[in-house]
Design a protein around this ligand. Structure first.
Ligand code: HEM
Length: 171
């Protein structure tokens, strides 16, 4: 069976080696070793998300306060890009698939998320071009990893329809 990582690579078009090129150096340090570039990026991203003209996408985030969503994201990004473990200290293990379980993370939602993230990166001056490319590859791969994980957890919770578990028809 295809692993979630394999599905993420196939659906995103980003090979695992490119997705994890963020680990070749330390992006947090190369951006100056302060939270600011990540605060800038997450504020830029969520400002776009919460103003999205597409209702169906905006509504996915309706249960979260914008300021909290911004902090959750930049703390995760700081930690993942080589900085201090701010996210885990406050929120616990990232467990991204489990945390996205309540939301409908479809291919369409991934593309909309990535559209806003690309625009946010394009307009964040405190991040250099090379880091932007690496981060976008990581985001594309992770977004489709979450789509694959979301499909899997939904199939598990609904039960996959199969003959093995069918009730015997009454005679
Ligand atoms: C949180 C949706 C992709 C990382 C959330 C939340 C929603 C959401 C609705 C709750 C907001 C909050 O309260 O923090 C989606 C959708 C995606 C997506 C529809 C489309 C694929 C991603 C990607 C990443 C990511 C690609 C990482 C690279 C996170 C993190 C949190 C979060 C770290 C905070 C979790 C927490 O603190 O509990 N996401 N997300 N998400 N997402 Fe996503």
């Amino acid at each position: 069976m295809q692993s979630l990582q394999d599905k993420a690579s196939e659906w995103s078009g980003v090979a695992a080696a490119d997705a994890f090129a963020i680990d070749d150096g330390n992006i947090f340090e190369s951006l100056g070793g302060t939270p600011q570039p990540f605060v800038d990026l997450s504020t830029n991203f969520y400002t776009r998300v919460y103003q999205d003209e597409e209702d169906w996408f905006r509504e996915i985030f309706a249960g979260s306060k914008k300021e909290e969503a911004i902090q959750n994201q930049y703390e995760f990004l700081i930690q993942r890009m080589g900085g201090p473990p701010l996210f885990s200290e406050r929120r616990g293990h990232p467990a991204l698939i489990g945390r996205h379980r309540p939301f409908l993370v479809t291919h369409q939602a991934a593309e909309r998320w990535l559209h806003h993230m690309q625009q946010a990166l394009d307009t964040t001056a405190s991040i250099d071009a090379d880091s932007k490319t690496k981060m976008m590859n990581f985001f594309r791969h992770t977004a489709y990893f979450l789509v694959a994980g979301n499909e899997m957890t939904r199939q598990q919770s609904q039960g996959v329809a199969c003959k093995h578990a069918a009730s015997k028809p009454t005679e």
